[in-house]
Design a protein around this ligand. Structure first.
Ligand SMILES: Cc1cc2nc3c(=O)[nH]c(=O)nc-3n(C[C@H](O)[C@H](O)[C@H](O)COP(=O)(O)O)c2cc1C
Length: 348
């Protein structure tokens, strides 16, 4: 069963640094649900993070896994040349554009062995047998979806809950196939549209995610039928988050627009527009995680114009307050939104 939350707010799993045991614990202790991200780290690092989180909070928390896709077929040689030229300019050497599965199987065995309370999957579908094993171990299984069709597939493999991601979301889109930004690609549903379409397609509880920052946003998705709201960008500025300094700076400036791009990883993701995104984005192939490995040393320079500055469209509404304050503010705003609506439109 999905844990009962005092505040229907989930801190999104954010791979690449932002998700820390401290952030998870602070959100948990404030009445929400924190999530660790298993993506891009080793199995040993994940084990350490889970152990540390369990030391910091006795409340249930989640772990998110990247489901590996198939090896990309696109020819990426011209993109390798283009990124190499860009890397030269910032004094970096590109990485080897290899394919890997992010140690998915071993991470899955770890969360099973440690009986992590909530296990979520993105980028694809877990096997039905693995879902069954997780449920038998007591975990709630969540699958991120972006369309009603993906939600039907998640229901088919036995997911307990779907996390419905709208196109405002920061970071990678959870699409099962690489579409959504190509001509002829899949529909890009906004968060409210996605919730309602998914709810008409499947009979599962829905977590809503994408562009949600305030209590009024949470009230809106709850009114549309979600059981909780998953917020990423709203927590990026928190002192407990492991967000890079240049990204904090770019978020606080608030002057850039966001865009969907494959430039950094080979998979569509939303981030603040910088030079690398503008110059490389139009040529970037659908080749994840090869492109992720290719650009990693360039991003690791920490320079604002070549980093992936993941953020949702509503990032200017986010703050740099501690996570407990963020959750408390959202809870108060949610109560106020409900009260105002009841006063205006409630009958009797
Ligand atoms: C920096 C960053 C990293 C993210 N990493 C992950 C991840 O590892 N796994 C995942 O399922 N979603 C990831 N997401 C997407 C979030 O789960 C969520 O859908 C998104 O943050 C919602 O949009 P918002 O940022 O506007 O709140 C990430 C988002 C951001 C901003």
């Amino acid at each position: 069963m999905f844990p009962t939350l005092a505040v229907p707010v989930i801190a999104a799993p954010m791979a690449g640094g932002p998700s820390t045991p401290e952030l998870v614990a602070a959100v948990n202790e404030a009445g929400g649900l924190g999530f660790l991200a298993a993506g891009y780290i080793t199995v040993e690092q994940l084990a350490e993070k889970i152990t540390r989180t369990a030391e910091l909070t006795a409340e249930p928390f989640g772990v998110n896994l990247f489901v590996p896709g198939t090896r990309p077929t696109a020819d990426i040689s011209s993109y390798v040349r283009s990124v190499t030229a860009h890397a030269d300019k910032v004094g970096a050497t590109p990485g080897e554009p290899r394919w890997d599965d992010d140690n998915y199987a071993a991470k899955l065995e770890l969360v099973l062995a440690l009986r992590v309370p909530v296990v979520s999957f993105t980028f694809g579908l877990p096997e039905a047998d693995d879902v069954r094993r997780l449920k038998a171990a007591g975990s709630t299984v969540v699958v991120t979806v972006t369309t009603p069709g993906e939600a039907r597939q998640a229901q088919h493999v036995g997911a307990d809950v779907v996390c419905v991601q709208g196109s405002d979301a920061g970071g990678h889109r959870g699409t099962f196939t690489d579409d959504g930004i190509s001509p002829g690609g899949g529909e890009l549903y906004g968060t409210l549209a996605a919730i309602r379409l998914v709810k008409s397609a499947v009979d599962l509880p829905v977590i809503a995610t994408g562009g949600l920052v305030t209590g009024a946003d949470v009230a809106a998705v709850l009114a549309a039928g979600a059981v909780a709201a998953q917020l990423g960008t709203a927590f990026l500025g928190c002192p407990e988050a492991g967000t890079a300094a240049a990204q904090r700076e770019a978020l606080a400036e608030g002057s850039r627009r966001t865009a969907l791009t494959r430039a950094f990883s080979g998979r569509p993701a939303r981030g603040l527009v910088n030079r690398f995104l503008v110059e490389q984005g139009p040529h970037a192939p659908a080749a994840y995680p090869n492109v992720h490995h290719l650009t990693k040393p360039v991003r690791a320079t920490g320079q604002m114009e070549v980093m992936s500055l993941w953020a949702g469209t509503t990032y200017p509404l986010a703050t740099s307050a501690p996570a407990a304050e963020v959750v408390a503010r959202i809870a108060a705003e949610l109560t106020e939104a409900i009260t105002v609506l009841a006063e205006r439109f409630g009958r009797g």
